[in-house]
Design a protein around this ligand. Structure first.
Ligand SMILES: Nc1ncnc2c1ncn2[C@@H]1O[C@H](COP(=O)(O)OP(=O)(O)OP(=O)(O)O)[C@@H](O)[C@H]1O
Ligand SMILES: [Mg+2]
Length: 397
């Protein structure tokens, strides 16, 4: 069918034509935002889930909701190699400048900007990647100790006071939060804790891989009480059908029942895969309704597209030893797997594989759902590993 009309949108963070099956988490977020705005005690939200389930899309959707509720928002993504103060400072500056334009918040916002100037000066030595120019002179003693835990807390506090004075609230959106170093996470948690104790209108909405939850708990044992961790998983069958059918309907097209079932079977309801299959099936079909035959024809090209992008970008960043480890996991199936079983596949001792396993966790490729268990963070990655490293050659390396 006409590729120009193709509604499906596979891609990292691409807004889907139909955001299916996420009403619960959106409702939860809406309540949290409204409560913060009203100065009520509220837990911050950290959405956790595997690759490609739609965390980034939800983060952006919730940010839109916050903006229309009158929040000042900032949105950052934690890359693997940058410090939290470096990614937060420039965004915080923008929020504070905006607040400083409101008559009611101006004085406190300017004070917060002085705090930010002191914060940046004091932390520049430790976090050399901080780059932000601030036209305000530091206020001695305000957020300028040079200790992130103390300074971030002070900074978030004056920011919250400014927001409150301006009858607004601040929402921080941080994607890929699992990449933030544990001591920096600890500082963030402390700062939010303080803001919560003072009932300041500040909230964090974060997203990350499933290991985030454990990392937060290790960083600060009380993190569990401060945050809600909605699990973002694959879509239910009903939601997956909706994700496929609604966008087609908007273009006057439809699917046979068997075609829908086939796509759900192939994708296991994972949003990224649904978009990819939707796109390829649409292009392969001659006419509506789309049939199971069209799905069969299109599956090879959908898989090829995933192999070239979604899976490939993850694979490219791996060392040979990491690839072998993942290949050994794939040999055992989708998982989770016991460390001992993976080690046996590799004919190695479990302890000698510890470093590789840790690197793979740090890179966000695997996580540990239970002690001693290892699982892929990328759905269907076992099948990909078997395709990209076929046969038994990997054993010899
Ligand atoms: N609820 C949904 N219904 C249909 N499609 C969705 C839904 N959520 C996300 N998608 C689609 O899934 C794909 C992946 O979304 P997104 O990038 O937000 O996932 P993610 O969880 O952030 O992945 P990653 O961990 O790789 O960053 C996008 O193409 C998006 O359009
Ligand atoms: Mg994402």
């Amino acid at each position: 069918m006409d590729p120009i009309k193709n509604p499906y949108a596979p891609g990292a963070g691409s807004s889907p034509p139909e955001l299916a099956g996420r009403d619960d988490v959106l409702r939860e977020a809406d309540i949290a935002l409204k409560r913060v705005r009203a100065g009520k005690p509220t837990k911050s939200l950290l959405m956790v889930g595997l690759r490609g389930v739609g965390k980034t899309v939800l983060l952006d959707r919730i940010r839109d909701m916050a903006e229309s509720e009158g929040f000042k928002t900032m949105r950052v993504e934690a890359p693997e190699s940058r410090s939290l103060p470096a990614i937060l400072a420039p965004q915080l500056r923008v929020v504070l400048l905006e607040l400083s334009r409101s008559a009611k918040a101006a004085d406190l916002a300017k004070r917060a900007l002085r705090g930010l100037a002191g914060f940046v000066n004091a932390l520049k030595m430790k976090y050399q990647d901080i780059e932000v120019g601030i036209d305000y002179k530091p206020e001695p003693g305000l957020a300028d100790n040079g200790d992130l835990e103390h300074d971030l807390q002070a900074l978030l506090e004056v920011t919250g006071e400014a927001a409150r004075a301006g009858d607004t609230a601040v929402a921080m959106f941080i994607d890929e939060l699992q990449y933030v170093e544990e001591d920096e996470l600890a500082s963030l948690i402390t700062a939010l804790h303080r803001a919560a104790q003072r009932q300041l209108p500040v909230i964090l909405v974060g997203a990350g891989l499933p290991q985030l939850r454990g990392r937060m708990g290790r960083a600060k044992s009380y993190a569990e009480r401060l945050f809600d961790f909605p699990m973002i998983g694959p879509l239910t069958d009903a939601a997956a059908r909706q994700a496929l059918e609604r966008p087609a309907l908007a273009e006057d097209a439809s699917f046979d029942n068997a075609a829908l079932n086939k796509i759900i079977e192939k994708t296991k309801g994972y949003p990224y895969f649904l978009q990819e299959w939707g796109k390829h099936v649409w292009n392969a079909a001659d006419k509506s309704p789309i049939t199971v035959r069209d799905v069969q024809t299109a599956s090879a090209s959908a898989i090829a597209a995933l192999d070239a992008s979604f899976f490939r970008v993850r694979f490219d960043g791996l060392t040979p030893a990491e690839r072998r480890y993942l290949r050994a996991m794939a040999e055992l199936g989708p998982g989770p797997h016991r460390s001992g079983d993976i080690a046996s596949e590799l004919a190695r001792a479990v302890t000698s594989l510890g470093p590789v396993r840790n690197q793979l966790i740090a890179k966000g490729m695997i996580w540990s759902p239970n002690h001693g268990d290892t699982a892929f963070t990328v759905p269907l990655f076992d099948e990909f590993m078997n395709r990209i490293m076929p046969g038994d050659d990997w054993r010899a390396a």
